[in-house]
Design a protein around this ligand. Structure first.
Ligand code: NCD
Ligand code: ZN
Length: 346
């Protein structure tokens, strides 16, 4: 099949995004608002977003920082802690919060307030199931005896299977899946389980972290895996299954903190997110599957309307800037300084 010169999609959404707060948020928000109609905004601020009121206030700060004329809606989430009371769920629902995020304690950036034992949060999960709030899962165990590259697969057995058994009516999104095991688990599960997939996990395997030296900007969590896993993710994203949808996990960290002796986890992909997904789908010969993945499957699973209007990508080489401002600091987007073959037409 010959590659088309342009590709027009119903406006897409980003179902997993880190916006941070304050000047950092104001710096990264325009990139997402330009590409997406809505985004699920992660609650892992410091301190985390744990009440309906905090989620509302955070939403107001995001909306207040939007460039004039933007048409972008942040979709808010709460951070699940051992002590999030079930009574907060009804307040969250009333405040327009759509989901609650589970970080196993210590799994990733700003996750120290996360859940230490799933039994502790059972009453809250019960309340979410009743209220129709989704559970978004960072699917990695934190057991130090489990190899970093196996933590997602082990999470399926230790956490996902019991969770699905105990709360069958809870809608669960297995976020940023990175393995063949997770892709298979989600594909084989019932209609209440879905997954997001990032552009970087579709484009890269773990070799990218070590190409000619250690590459901190390719370090994220869950970490990039072997090529067989990348292939399985491509298979899932392009399969036509409605269970898989776009979530960039764009996670900005100042360049100075990435290029340090201890490098924070996160890839910043927001400035060219759609372009990177288009590249991955094109390489798989599946550009015709991109629209459902980017624009239909997410809202359908969340029970939200699909967007109106469209965006167009053109096949046209351009150079992504190597650095962009980030409050007082600098940010290095993934693939910055390199040529991309697709470009979002504005
Ligand atoms: C995220 C961040 O920086 O907040 N980092 C990442 O590597 N994805 C946290 C997360 O989603 O794990
Ligand atoms: Zn994330």
């Amino acid at each position: 099949m010959e590659t088309p010169r342009t590709l027009t999609l119903i406006r897409p959404d980003d179902w997993h995004l880190h916006l941070r707060d304050g000047a950092a948020m104001a710096a990264v928000l325009p990139a997402t608002a330009r590409q997406f109609a809505r985004a699920i905004v992660m609650p892992n601020l410091k301190p985390p977003v744990v009440t309906a009121q905090q989620a509302q206030a955070y939403r107001d700060r995001i909306v207040g920082a939007l460039p004039p004329g933007s048409d972008f809606t942040p979709l808010m989430t709460l951070y699940l802690t051992d002590t999030l009371p079930p009574t907060e769920i009804a307040r969250a629902k009333a405040a327009g919060v759509v989901a609650v995020k589970l970080y196993p304690a210590g799994a990733t950036t700003h996750s120290d307030a996360g859940v230490t034992d799933m039994r502790r949060v059972a009453p809250t999960l019960e309340a979410m199931q009743r209220a129709g709030l989704l559970l978004l899962v960072h699917g990695e165990v934190t057991d130090p005896s489990v190899d970093v590259f196996d933590r997602e697969a082990v999470f399926i057995e230790r956490v996902m299977q019991p969770l699905r058994r105990d709360f069958p009516a809870l809608k669960v999104v297995f976020e940023h899946i990175t393995t063949r095991e997770a892709a298979r688990y989600v594909a084989d599960s019932d209609e209440n389980t879905a997954a997001t997939i990032t552009a970087h996990h579709l484009l890269y395997n773990r070799n990218a972290i070590f190409m000619g030296g250690l590459r901190p900007h390719y370090y994220c969590l869950p970490v990039l895996k072997r090529e067989v896993h990348r292939q399985a993710l491509i298979g899932a994203a392009t399969s036509g299954s409605r269970k898989f949808f776009l979530g960039t996990d764009s996670a900005p960290h100042a360049a100075a903190l990435k290029e340090a002796s201890v490098c924070g986890a996160g890839c910043y992909t927001a400035p060219a997110a759609l372009e990177l997904y288009a590249e991955a789908f094109e390489a798989a010969g599946a550009l015709d599957k991109l629209e459902a993945f980017a624009s239909f499957n997410g809202p359908d699973f969340y029970g939200l309307p699909r967007n109106r209007g469209s965006v167009t990508l053109r096949r046209e080489p351009w150079q992504l800037p190597e650095t962009v401002p980030f409050g007082d600091a600098q940010l290095k987007p993934l693939r910055g300084g390199e040529t991309l073959n697709w470009r979002l037409v504005t």
